[in-house]
Ligand binder design. Sequence first.
Ligand SMILES: Nc1ncnc2c1ncn2[C@@H]1O[C@H](COP(=O)(O)OP(=O)(O)OP(=O)(O)O)[C@@H](O)[C@H]1O
Ligand SMILES: O=P(O)(O)OC[C@H]1O[C@H](OP(=O)(O)OP(=O)(O)O)[C@H](O)[C@@H]1O
Length: 208
Amino acid sequence: MKPVIALTKGRLEKQFLDYYQSLGYDIAPLTDKGRKLRVDTDDFQFIFAKGPDVATYVQYGIADLGIVGGDILAEFQPDVFDLFPLPFGACRMAVATEAGKVWSNGKKRIASKYTGVTKAFYKEKGESVDIIKLEGSVELAPILGLADAIVDIVETGNTLKENGLVVEEEFMQFSARLIANRSALKIKREALKSVIAKLNPNGGNTHD
Ligand SMILES: Nc1ncnc2c1ncn2[C@@H]1O[C@H](COP(=O)(O)OP(=O)(O)OP(=O)(O)O)[C@@H](O)[C@H]1O
Ligand SMILES: O=P(O)(O)OC[C@H]1O[C@H](OP(=O)(O)OP(=O)(O)O)[C@H](O)[C@@H]1O
């Protein structure tokens, strides 16, 4: 049985494919897959899913390995083994507000896709806030008056800038990560060891 890798669809998928190709793997079966969500290559079976679902497939052992953003691990804290960072998908978690925002004395309203991270961040600060969950385009919330600020990931800063927002505080840094199912690491140790080493940007020194 080939190892099963769950890959986050979209942005990380594209960046992973470049990385995977740079390691000498043939990416043709993965780029020519059409709408298929499960693809076999000579080395692996790949499944394509949204980030939080990648973590779920790995946690439940459907996938042996997963490629997922560190932001997803911070938000959902799945029970998986976090092997090592991969050299793509770099971004930061930040609080952002409208430029020149004047804070009132009331309880702040914070909009975010990352409600778990947001809650933990303000708890650590000892500040009580109202958190509003959004699914995307969170930069709209302060502009339209839904929230005082957002907590979101920032890469280039272009989305904030083009929407008149500025970073107030950055508090976490992420990249894509290789994660593994905990029991697969033990049971399929021999089969997984060499592929994990091959996917390791540091040449396999991290996990034995
Ligand atoms: N601007 C960004 N720069 C770098 N990494 C990002 C950026 N946006 C997202 N990521 C990373 O890529 C992962 C997947 O993001 P992506 O935008 O492809 O999916 P998504 O957030 O589910 O959005 P969508 O609903 O549009 O698919 C995130 O979990 C994060 O780790
Ligand atoms: O700093 P930047 O390089 O501009 O990147 C940051 C943007 O990228 C992500 O959004 P995404 O494109 O995933 O869309 P979403 O709003 O639907 O989550 C994130 O939520 C920011 O909006």
